[in-house]
Design a protein around this ligand. Structure first.
Ligand SMILES: [Zn+2]
Length: 439
């Protein structure tokens, strides 16, 4: 045996073995995905979390994982009717080594209109599995489970540990899921060293992080009076109109001109953006029974919620200061202009280094399995990586998983079976690489 070729041959042998183990589990992978899709874990309100966690615990417990079912009591949305359950499964290896963790959220968003498949049927058609959450992200969860099970079957004497978690509430901020678990120490770097979040970013792409988020609530104040004599009052909606006018004139063009080197997908998000999430002034409009005839009053308050997404090149306090400056400018130009500004949510951008071990391990896997160059991307919106980074202080974390990002939250959402198989092999190779690296 020529020693110079030994490592390469060994690597090829390991790849072939993992491919075989995963290919043999193809049917199991499809059925597992179907089973997960048939548990409707709609969030809000947070349906059936306990059921899906028990299902996952039962499956992984039977494979020798140690199972923890954890309820995030007292977190937003947690109640006796809708408890926030999470599951963590851990399989210890036969010796010391790092812990590799796969984290998937168990919740899905509402189905919406326009489906031609049963959103909770898990139907298979033309090599795809359809259902709400198929790509975002029960397909990724199933692929990571198969990757781990196949890896353990192929190399039962592996060092370190492998963990799989199913966590609540990602779609509503992750406070009863990853954020809570991170607060309890489940994502501390002493316990877990590498994290892969199988969100649907396409099987040849590695997501390094996301843009920052700043949500603000702006309120303008006026003075109530009879609508037939508006000159006796002061219209808060007109004051807010002036704020919007200033945004159109100066802020939106300034944000659009601010470009980034971050490889965000889609490309349209490679700039600063702001959305006006909501705007309301005057008498409340009830959802039912709205007649279109509010009382004749001058509105004395108006409220707007803005959603600013910012780039690594920007600073969070500058994002807020920019809004304050705009409001101060309006105040200097308008009589009786009074406002309040409240920060509702702030998460700075998260960015894992391209040289991080989990990045290079998945890169290697993509090259071996797909024979193409991996693409680094960043997400326009946030996901649970922020909690692992900020609360857990764990930096070696990426999103990598099967599924087409654009299908997330759409009708007739699906995940391709071949894509799940391929990405499971990439995940298994990444496990192998990370467990055997010098730490
Ligand atoms: Zn997701």
């Amino acid at each position: 045996m020529n020693d110079m070729h030994a490592p390469k041959e060994a690597a090829e042998g390991r790849l072939a073995l993992l491919k075989k183990e995963i290919e043999e589990r193809r049917e199991d992978l499809v059925e597992l995905t179907q089973d997960l899709l048939r548990i409707p874990t709609l969030n809000p309100p947070g349906e059936n979390y306990r059921d899906i966690c028990e299902f996952l615990g039962k499956r992984l417990g039977a494979k020798g994982f140690e199972i923890k079912l954890l309820r995030a009591e007292g977190t937003p949305g947690d109640s006796e009717r809708y408890p926030r359950w999470n599951v963590i499964a851990r399989k210890e290896g036969s010796g010391p080594g790092p812990c590799i963790h796969f984290n998937s959220h168990i919740d899905v968003v509402e189905t919406g209109a326009g489906w031609t498949f049963d959103p909770f049927g898990g139907e298979v058609s033309d090599g795809k599995i359809y259902g709400r959450g198929a790509c975002d992200m029960k397909g990724g969860l199933a692929a990571s489970i198969i990757a781990a099970e196949a890896y353990i079957a192929a190399f039962p004497d592996f060092p370190g540990a492998i963990e799989i978690s199913g966590t609540a509430d990602e779609e509503t901020g992750g406070f009863g899921g990853v954020a809570w678990l991170a607060e309890q120490g489940y994502f501390s770097p002493e316990r877990v060293q590498h994290v892969i979040i199988p969100e649907p970013l396409n099987k040849d792409r590695i997501c390094l992080g996301h843009r920052g988020v700043w949500w603000g609530e702006i309120t303008t104040h006026g003075h109530i009076a009879h609508g037939s004599m508006p000159f006796l009052g002061d219209c808060a909606v007109r004051h807010m109109g002036a704020v919007m006018g200033e945004m159109e004139k100066t802020l939106f063009p300034a944000l659009a001109a601010r470009r980034t080197d971050m490889p965000i997908v889609p490309e349209g998000a490679r700039q600063s953006t702001m959305n006006i999430n909501s705007f309301h002034g005057g008498q409340a409009e009830p959802e039912e029974g709205f007649t279109g005839f509010p009382s004749a009053c001058v509105p004395d308050s108006a409220r707007m919620i803005v959603d600013r997404r910012y780039l690594v090149e920007e600073k969070g306090d500058e994002v807020r200061a920019e809004i304050v400056d705009l409001l101060e400018k309006v105040r200097s130009e308008r009589d009786n202009f009074r406002y309040d500004l409240k920060e509702l949510w702030h998460t700075p951008p998260t960015l894992t280094s391209k040289e991080a071990p989990v990045v290079t391990a998945v890169e290697r896997g993509i090259r071996q399995v797909l024979a193409c160059e991996p693409v680094h991307v960043l997400s326009p919106g946030t996901y649970d990586q922020k909690h692992i980074d900020r609360i857990g202080r764990l930096k070696d974390c990426i999103a990598y998983g099967p599924g087409i990002l654009d299908l997330a939250h759409q009708p007739d959402e699906y995940v391709g079976i071949d894509d799940m198989v391929d990405s499971a092999v990439v995940m298994a190779l990444a496990i192998d690489d990370l467990l055997h690296r010098a730490q």
